[in-house]
Structures are given as structure tokens and as C-alpha cells.
Design a protein around this ligand. Structure first.
Ligand code: B12
Ligand code: SF4
Ligand code: SF4
Length: 308
């Protein structure tokens, strides 16, 4: 009989930072999602509205599943030298697309679950109607910081969250209910666009990550002047967090690829302004830059140069 401890050992062997187990009970913070959507903080990400029912009640996302095996996958590496000057790229985006790299390892873990008797497994990383931070909190993996990130004591927050929904019935972990932020407000104070409108609430339409990746059309001037040189994603509210300053260490799979500097490389980034679609495809196919595409990346480079 497969136990939760065995699943966690397999997750570790697959290279994940941590693994926790929860069920598919209704989201205890469904009201937070409703308020966020009603305030318009999701901007043009209409898919979150469409998925809201499932995000509030994950059992609706997969009626055959009984447990969620939630894993964390580090994307940390020390890029303090690279990110001192623009153009800046968020750590998570310097390698290949994590949906593929992490998704592959999740699928390998799912294969082991099937070999141990699971008849149903479904893997998710980022894409899908799953409230990933909430599931991870409930699986005992961390707390929700004032920057809205899931933060793990002794680790920080530079990791992706992924999950396998399965029909295996596994022992559940104890949800994290403690807030370890205390009186700290560093993330809120450091956010250049004032996107953290209250603790744990990010107005995505002001967040540099949204502006450089999800925004359709030009970036409004009042926000472009505050982008601080970021051209894809933003690490500020994670970089300043004392839990990362103190504990972030090691190097995740994304970091390894990023260090090769392939598409994080400065020369290549600068060359985006002169590239045609074919060259962009050659250099950036299969990387997170394909989401905004050539036109989006050019727009970001231009916005990041806007003077305050
Ligand atoms: C939409 C989205 C965005 C949007 C909006 C972000 C946001 N804060 O809502 C934008 C484009 C701005 C964005 C940016 C980033 N994102 Co994003 N994003 C998502 C996505 C697809 C959905 C998030 C969502 O539903 N937002 C709506 C809000 C209301 O929901 P929520 O943030 O999940 O919050 C829940 C909990 O916090 C809880 N809750 C709320 N209040 C309270 C209060 C208490 C006391 C408690 C306990 C809980 C609680 O209830 C909420 C609803 O369930 C998730 C993947 C997924 N499927 O969940 C990734 C995800 C959240 N993103 C991720 C990452 C890495 C980032 C960036 C760091 C990328 C970057 N470097 O640029 C930034 C960080 C910005 C930030 N500070 O949040 C990771 C986060 C990992 C982690 N450690 O938390 C995720 C989980 C993707 C993944 N699979 O790894 N993202
Ligand atoms: S990712 Fe950057 S812009 Fe978005 S909330 Fe954090 S500090 Fe602000
Ligand atoms: S910077 Fe401070 S307030 Fe923000 S998430 Fe980290 S500990 Fe919490």
C-alpha cells in the first residue's frame, strides 16, 4: 500500500523542493478571489473569471480525484550581478518554459503513482483552474505572505507550485495557519508601481509581471515610468523579502539553464529590438518570451527605458 511518506520521498527523488498532500475540499479563501475579481484586479485575464467556480471548489476541476499531491520546484539562482542594471528579466523566465521542464518531472512522478496503484492522475503547473497557492498552503507547504506569494519557512518563495490530482487516498498534511510576516511591510514598500494594494492583494493591472507578459497593447505611461528596467516579469517583492534574503539558496532547474545566459544574455536581449520574427523564433521558441512574442518584448524594452 502506497503511503504519503513514500510519495514525498519520490517527489524528493524527482528533484522537487518539498511535497505536501491535501484534499479537494472547497477553497477556504474563495471570498478573496471573488473580491479580487470584482475589483477588476484581474484585468484582461478573463480566464480567471471563467475558472472561478473550479478555483473556489477544486473538486469540480476533477471529480475522480481524491487527493492533491502538491510540489514546490525551485527556480532560484543568484542573479544579483545580472539584475543590477536593465534590461532585467525575472529569475523564473531565464531558462526554458517551466510548464515543460517542471511538467515533465511531474509526469514522471505521476507515472510512479500509477505504477503504485493510482488509476487516475492529472498534472498541473500554472495552467489550469487550480488555486495553487491555496492548495499548497493547505498541504502544509507555506503561508501566504503580504506579497501574495506562498512562502516556505526556511526556504523563501522562489519556487513554482505544481500538483498531481489523483484518486489515491493519502494521509493529509496539516494546513499552515500561521502568518510569519509579522510587522514587516518591505514588499509593499518596495513595489515600484504600488501594485500590492493591501496585504495579500495584488492589483495585477499595476504589476510589472502582468504589464510585461499579459498586457494587451501599450503599457500606460504612468506605469511605464515606474518599471525600473524590468522587461519580463519582476522579482522585487520576492528579492526584498527577508525570508528570501536569509534562506534562498541553491539552484533550480530553471536557474541552471539561465546561467548559460542563453536568452537572459544581455546582448541577445538588446538584439530583440533589431530581430525579425524568424530570428526571434530561432532564439526564443520554447522559452517564456514566446508569450508576449517579438512585438510584446519590443514594447517592454521601450517601456523599460521610459524616463521617470
Ligand atoms: C494570475 C496569476 C498572476 C497574475 C496575478 C498575481 C496575483 N497575485 O494574483 C500576475 C500576472 C500579476 C502574476 C505575477 C506573478 N506570478 Co503568478 N500566477 C497567476 C495564477 C495563474 C493565478 C493566481 C490567481 O488566481 N490570482 C488571484 C488571487 C486572488 O489568487 P491567489 O494569488 O492564488 O490568492 C489565493 C490565496 O492567496 C488565498 N488568500 C487570499 N487571502 C488570504 C489571506 C490569508 C490569511 C490566507 C491564508 C490565504 C489567502 O486566497 C486566494 C484565492 O484562492 C497562478 C497559478 C494558479 N493557477 O494559481 C500563478 C502563480 C501565483 N504565479 C506565480 C509566480 C511565480 C508569479 C511571479 C513571482 C512571476 C514573476 N517573477 O514575475 C509574479 C508575482 C506577483 C505577486 N506578488 O503575486 C506562482 C507563485 C508561486 C508562489 N511561491 O507563490 C504561481 C502559483 C504559478 C506557479 N504554478 O508556480 N501571476
Ligand atoms: S512583482 Fe513587482 S510589480 Fe508585481 S507586485 Fe511584486 S514588486 Fe510589485
Ligand atoms: S517582505 Fe515582509 S511582509 Fe512581505 S512577504 Fe516578506 S516577510 Fe511578509
Amino acid at each position: 500500500m502506497i503511503t504519503a511518506d513514500i510519495v514525498k520521498r519520490w517527489a524528493e527523488e524527482a528533484g522537487f523542493l518539498a511535497c505536501g498532500i491535501t484534499d479537494l475540499a472547497p477553497n477556504a479563501h474563495a471570498d478573496a478571489l471573488d473580491r479580487w475579481l470584482a475589483a477588476g484586479y484581474g484585468g484582461t485575464m478573463r480566464y480567471i473569471h471563467r475558472q472561478a467556480r473550479k478555483r473556489k471548489n477544486p473538486a469540480l476541476a476533477d471529480q475522480e480525484a481524491r487527493s492533491a499531491v502538491v510540489v514546490l520546484d525551485s527556480y532560484y539562482y543568484d542573479d544579483s550581478d545580472q539584475n543590477a542594471t536593465p534590461p532585467k528579466v525575472a529569475k523564473y523566465a531565464r531558462g526554458k518554459d517551466y510548464h515543460d521542464t517542471m511538467g515533465r518531472r511531474l509526469e514522471q512522478l505521476a507515472e510512479r503513482l500509477r505504477s503504485a496503484g493510482a488509476t487516475h492522475t492529472r498534472c498541473y503547473v500554472d495552467a489550469g483552474p487550480i488555486p495553487e497557492r491555496e492548495l499548497a498552503r493547505r498541504a502544509g507547504l507555506g503561508w501566504i505572505g503580504k506579497n501574495a506569494m506562498l512562502i516556505r519557512p526556511g526556504v523563501g518563495s522562489f519556487f513554482f507550485i505544481g500538483e498531481i490530482l489523483t484518486d489515491l487516498e493519502l494521509a493529509l498534511d496539516v494546513p499552515v495557519e500561521t502568518d510569519h510576516c509579522g510587522t514587516c511591510t518591505r514588499c509593499i514598500d518596495a513595489c515600484p508601481t504600488d501594485a500590492i494594494v493591501e496585504p495579500r492583494v495584488v492589483d495585477a493591472t499595476r504589476c510589472i509581471s502582468y504589464l510585461t507578459i499579459e498586457q494587451k497593447g501599450p503599457i500606460p505611461d504612468d506605469l511605464a515610468t515606474k518599471m525600473d528596467g524590468w522587461v519580463f516579469g519582476c522579482d522585487i517583492c520576492n528579492d526584498v523579502c527577508p525570508w528570501n534574503v536569509r534562506f534562498a539558496a541553491g539552484q533550480g532547474e530553471q536557474g541552471e539553464q539561465g546561467e548559460q545566459g542563453e536568452h537572459g544574455g544581455r546582448k541577445l536581449l538588446a538584439a530583440i529590438e533589431r530581430m525579425n520574427e524568424h530570428d526571434f523564433e530561432v532564439h526564443f521558441a520554447g522559452t517564456p518570451f514566446s508569450r508576449p512574442g517579438l512585438a510584446g518584448m519590443r514594447r517592454n524594452m521601450k517601456a523599460a527605458r521610459t524616463e521617470r
